[in-house]
Ligand binder design. Structure first.
Ligand code: ATP
Length: 752
């Protein structure tokens, strides 16, 4: 084993999800037989040593996964920037016998860690020759192994799709802009909203895209015109003339003009005040963006990265060079720290040198796509069709249960297709609407304000077409001269599209291109790792479980929480991971009486030794016989007076509410790519039937020819479910303290 005793610290600005990462580092480390020591207050604490460096037990990181910030404190340390400071830090590492370091922080913190590692042999020599550490100690710690986790709300690190804390910050920003939007439209006001991100426009861009803001200023894309202020006023006035009731301008704190002069919210206020002739208000969001409970994504990201950090330390791969854990698609990747920091800094250097195009290019494809999409969606009115252009008639409809993000997808599809010169026809209430011919043209303003709303404005239905429906559907397609169909929905949308595809030989009208967009909270569709709506549902579950845990801990209670998903365990599995549930019951695994008895024994043992809360999450269809009431009755009866048991069936609250920022952005992205491909195929006379999705972080298209072999039709889920590989992580981290660790103590609210 390369290392025996490791230190973990959080440094720089705090970010939500750091606690989840800390918990994972500690528990995964202990599980592998390491000693894990917390270094409180970042590098400052390391330099100070003493009680700032303390061993952590299993239960010390219980009950923290849902808390924002970092329980071991973070700080900035000027002293660590000096060699003398790092010499003191090395001394305290050696005195405590620590030879591996997990650093959770931004690029500054990671740079400092890498420098520390490279200097280690020198620092060691100096301490040994000064007699501060003895030769034997020096010989035992010839090198320092460093692994980094990027904890930063800015999402400015190269090589990883997301940094810990960025998604939560986006939640805060989106909530704030949604709230401001309602007051702005009541009073017909203009609002300027300043968001964080330092030199990175990610939070501003995604916040603006998710909320349907009307203008955006980010560091990577300064306005092109010298007289951009007049252009902005004209664009906002045009929006008003087209029927918008408010104007929301989002500005990143690092935005500048082409000369590098900051575009501050105050500068914008003056520019708008003079030109708009109406009240202009400024809101600087500030530190609310850092705070609050971490989103489900950030908890799981922190957890996965924390576990990966331990695996990396133990593998020896970080012995010769520091490595940073990143995520691409849904997979953890390791990036050489030097490369990650250098690539991230390169963007800042380009910005400082006013090479904006290069900076934008370095931000990557998805950032650039999102910016282009925003620039189209934001227009007051679409481009008129080009002279002589063939105007395609594209139908759009939902099928399956409503999923948060459906409206954002329709809005994007309608606007982007209209801007390309086509006509979009909305079908009300899904397939029954298509049967009944309930079809109407949708124009640019018909989807105004749809980006932030939950539910499905177009209406949806779980019915799939059969028998006589096909004649009626063929008639509707012909009557409205549809050239293509965009279906945005869940299992029923895919099943329905497949039925139409199969019936092509019998109904010539069905020979038109069809595109399905995955939108269901169940995340049970083939061809995509994530469907629109699943992230919102996950966050709904996680915030409900947070509340349940709080109440339960006061009364020595075990909760069995039932979540949706039909026979697909995605929501149960991922909410279990994000809330630290002791057990997750999935249909995929089955439930046996033997397993329930073992779980019961675990509960009894836990409550006997001081545990105050039990949390089990089960998928609604995990087992139809051993259902939630049965499990509760079993645990309650056998738990006797040791603990109470309650069930909580979360029901439809999981499906409702405003979509999460991720779902809005994802819906917009998939709708843009889906409708453009559909239009391209219709124009080229291609009769494809496809579904779009995200696979390994990239957009992918699948064909309905392959659909039957990709699904488990009986259980209504895809044959491949990437997240099943995460079960062992939850099983390790959420179990009670191991026998060789410290038992749960009174301060520990749960083993979670
Ligand atoms: P955030 O993104 O939230 O600002 P950060 O990690 O980039 O986080 P910084 O203030 O840049 O925040 O760095 C945090 C600490 O890391 C510094 O106070 C300092 O102790 C250490 N550090 C940063 N840069 C270096 C460096 N070049 N050499 C040594 N230590 C450094």
């Amino acid at each position: 084993m390369a290392v025996h005793k490791i230190g973990v610290l959080t440094s720089g600005g705090d970010a939500s999800g750091m606690n989840a990462a800390l918990r994972a580092v500690v528990r995964s480390g202990l599980d592998h037989g390491l000693e894990v020591w917390a270094i409180h207050e970042g590098y400052r604490g390391l330099i100070e040593g003493g009680d700032k460096v303390r061993a952590l037990g299993w239960s010390d990181v219980g009950g923290i996964i849902h808390r924002g910030g970092t329980i071991i404190g973070s700080a900035r340390s000027e002293e660590f920037r000096t060699r003398d400071g790092r010499l003191k830090a090395a001394r305290s590492m050696l005195l405590n016998g620590i030879d591996g370091l997990v650093v959770i922080g931004g690029d500054g913190s990671l740079t400092g860690a890498d420098l520390f590692r490279r200097e280690w042999p020198d620092l060691l020599g100096e301490l040994a020759s000064a007699g501060i550490v003895d030769a034997a100690t020096a010989a035992r710690h010839p090198r320092l192994t460093v692994v980094g986790l990027v904890g930063s709300i800015d999402n400015d690190a190269a090589g990883t799709d997301m940094t810990i804390g960025a998604d939560t910050a986006l939640h805060r920003i989106t909530e704030a802009i949604d709230a401001i939007g309602s007051t702005a439209s009541s009073h017909r006001r203009a609002f300027i909203i300043e968001v964080m991100g330092r030199h990175c426009g990610y939070l501003a861009l995604m916040g603006a895209l998710a909320t349907g803001a009307d203008a955006l200023f980010i560091p990577e894309c300064p306005p092109g015109d010298a007289d951009w202020e007049s252009g902005l006023v004209a664009a906002l006035n045009a929006g008003r003339a087209a029927g918008r009731r408010d104007s929301i301008v989002v500005v990143a704190e690092g935005a500048t003009d082409r000369q590098g002069v900051p575009i501050t919210s105050e500068r914008l206020r003056q520019a708008l005040g003079a030109g708009l002739g109406e009240a202009v208000r400024v809101t600087v969001l500030g530190h609310v963006q850092r705070g609050g409970a971490p989103s489900a994504f950030d908890r799981n990201l922190g957890t996965l990265m924390g576990c990966a950090a331990i695996d990396t330390l133990l593998s020896g791969d970080a012995d010769e060079r520091s490595l940073v854990m990143g995520i691409r698609g849904n997979r953890v990747v390791r990036i050489p720290l030097e490369e990650c920091v250098a690539d991230s800094r390169q963007v800042n250097e380009c910005l400082a040198a006013r090479q904006f195009d290069r900076a934008l290019e370095l931000r990557g494809t998805s950032f650039n796509d999102s910016l282009r999409t925003f620039n189209t969606l934001v227009k007051a009115l679409p481009h008129p069709p080009r002279p002589g252009q063939r105007r395609l008639r594209l139908g759009v409809l939902h099928a399956g249960a409503a999923a948060p993000g459906m409206n954002a997808a329709v809005r994007a599809a309608v606007r982007l297709a209209t801007d390309d010169g086509h006509v979009v026809l909305g079908v009300r209430r899904g397939f029954p609407g298509l049967v009944a011919g309930d079809v109407a043209e949708m124009d640019w303003m018909s989807v105004n304000g749809w980006a932030p709303t939950g539910g499905a404005e177009l209406g949806t239905s779980r019915d799939t077409p059969a028998g006589p429906d096909f004649y009626a559907i063929a008639r509707t397609i012909e009557q409205h001269a549809l050239d293509g169909l965009l279906l945005i929905g869940g299992w029923e949308a895919y099943a329905g599209a497949h039925r139409l595809f199969e019936e092509r030989a019998n109904f010539p009208a069905f020979n038109l291109p069809v595109m399905c967009l995955p939108a269901t909270i169940d995340n049970n569709l083939p061809g995509t790792e994530l469907s629109i709506g699943a992230d919102t549902a996950l966050n709904n579950i996680v915030s409900a479980v947070d509340k349940i845990k709080q109440a339960a801990a006061a009364e020595q209670r075990c909760y069995v929480v039932e979540v949706m998903g039909r026979r697909c365990g995605y929501l149960a599995m991922m909410s279990g991971l994000a809330t630290g549930a002791e057990r997750v019951y999935l249909h995929e695994d089955g439930v046996t009486l033997n397993a329930l008895v073992k779980d019961l024994e675990m509960l009894v043992e836990g409550f006997r030794t001081g545990k105050r809360l039990g949390l089990m999450i089960r998928n609604e269809r995990a087992n139809d016989v051993y259902d939630t009431p049965f499990m509760c009755a079993l645990f309650e009866e056998e738990g006797g007076r040791l603990f109470d048991v309650r069930q909580s069936i979360l029901g439809h609250l999981q499906q409702g509410g405003d979509p999460s920022p991720f779902d809005r952005v994802q819906a917009t992205r998939l709708a843009r790519l889906g409708i453009r491909r559909l239009a391209g195929q219709a124009a080229a006379g291609q009769m494809s039937a496809e579904f779009i999705g995200m696979v390994s972080g990239s957009v992918a298209f699948g064909s309905f020819e392959d659909y039957p072999r990709l699904i488990d039709a009986v259980n209504r889920r895809p044959r491949q479910q990437w997240w099943m590989g995460l079960r062992s992580i939850n099983e390790t981290l959420a179990r009670p303290a191991p026998r060789n660790g410290r038992p749960p103590d009174a301060g520990d609210l749960s083993s979670s």
